[in-house]
Design a protein around this ligand. Structure first.
Ligand code: ZN
Ligand code: ZN
Length: 390
């Protein structure tokens, strides 16, 4: 891959920046240092900066020429609450916090693109560099949208990028259709009547009901959802009774878990069916069940037109190493909220081999600096192509 000279010259700076961000991870909505660095570098590059959108979010706007099209590029800035175990010179300096998803890399890439485009000015139109807080389950994208992101910065299309172990660093996957699943939480509380463990007939045992519910839970995916559609339902927490009191049947059992789908229809179906199974099981045992389903993140489904444009740019940068098929992830990304406001496309940039310790949310994970050049080249090419002067 041949990179433009201006970009090659900026790589040492961007690599040092990426490692500095890595060494100073901040959790969602706490990205004070990171967003200050972002805003400062954008300003120094001559990009108009809006701070404090959705808490610690930052938007940089670069308008060149008289082109009327406007696009948004998204980077996420937050780290995870987990320890970094690998030794490296730029290891996290904050105990219990680490950039284990590569958002340090995403931030450096988008800053690299802003610096490059502000220098070369080889397009006509408006690009909004969107630096969002709190992607990791804390709702940063939604907050930015609620704060008026797309009212203040109208976008004709919006793009997101995530690194992906398993693809080479000079490789990118751009695929139409579903990319990431919806990510929702559910809770069921079975309310029986506690009693002596030796006298179950004097109470209403919620534990046996919970066991029936859990054993039936996978029939939703196996027997109710269309076999040609993907879905995941997992129970991830069960709380009941006390291991110090093995002769006491408790009053309640609390169960919680996650539900994932790639289509709004299946998502609705999971919400309905988990609740139906809970209330049906409770009725069967003559107890009560409370049910809650919290919609957290919609699925990320790539828009056909935006995907066409991303494919063209990725083809120009990655050539034969552009993949047009790649399996979707059952993880979620709240980029879905941005893609709900404008035609969106989410692409995967290679992060090198998917070996032990190189996977997302692993305590030894690291963003691969070899991907900085290709990633910046993709963003810059996308802007130059989409906002090509008439
Ligand atoms: Zn993550
Ligand atoms: Zn991530």
């Amino acid at each position: 891959m041949r990179l433009p000279e201006i970009l090659t010259a900026d790589l040492p700076f961007l690599t040092a920046l990426r490692r500095d961000l890595h060494a100073h991870p901040e959790l969602g909505f706490e990205e004070e240092r990171t967003s200050a660095i972002v805003a400062d570098l954008l300003e120094k590059a001559g990009v108009a900066v809006t701070r404090g959108l959705g808490g610690t979010g930052v938007v940089g706007t670069l308008q060149i020429g008289n082109g009327t099209r406007s696009i948004g590029l998204r980077a996420d800035m937050d780290a995870l609450a987990m320890p970094e175990t690998a030794e490296r010179s730029y290891k996290s300096t904050v105990s219990g916090k680490m950039h284990a998803c590569g958002h340090d890399g995403h931030t450096a890439l988008l800053l690299g693109a802003a610096r490059y485009l502000a220098e070369t000015r080889n397009f006509s139109g408006t690009v909004h560099f969107i630096f969002q807080p709190a992607e990791e389950g804390r709702g940063g994208a939604r907050r930015m949208v609620e704060d008026g992101l797309f009212k203040q910065f109208a976008c004709d299309a919006v793009y997101g990028l995530h690194n992906m172990p398993g693809l080479d660093t000079d490789e990118m996957a751009v695929v139409a259709g579903p990319q990431l699943a919806s990510s929702d939480s559910w809770r069921v509380t079975f309310r029986g009547t506690g009693t002596h463990g030796a006298k179950p007939h004097l109470g209403k045992d919620p534990i046996t009901a919970a066991a029936t519910f859990l054993a039936s839970l996978q029939t939703i995916v196996g027997r109710v959802v269309d076999p040609l559609q993907s879905a995941v339902v997992s129970a991830c927490s069960v709380q009941a009774g006390n291991p110090q009191a093995l002769n006491v049947i408790p009053d309640i059992v609390e169960i919680g878990g996650t539900a994932r789908a790639y289509s709004p229809e299946v998502r609705d179906q999971l919400e309905t069916e988990i609740g139906r199974l809970a209330s049906g099981t409770a009725a069967m045992y003559g107890i009560a069940a409370d049910y809650g389903f919290e919609r957290r993140i919609p699925p990320v489904v790539n828009n056909a037109d935006a995907t066409e444009r991303a494919l063209k740019a990725a083809g120009a940068v990655f050539g034969s190493k552009l993949r047009t098929t790649f399996p979707p992830s059952t993880a979620g990304d709240d980029f879905a909220y941005f893609a709900g406001e404008a035609p969106g496309c989410y692409v995967w940039l290679g992060n090198g081999p998917a070996v032990d310790g190189a996977l997302h949310h692993n305590t030894a994970y690291d963003f691969n600096d070899e991907a900085i050049g290709p990633g910046v080249a993709f963003w810059a090419t996308l802007v130059e192509q989409e906002l090509a002067p008439a």
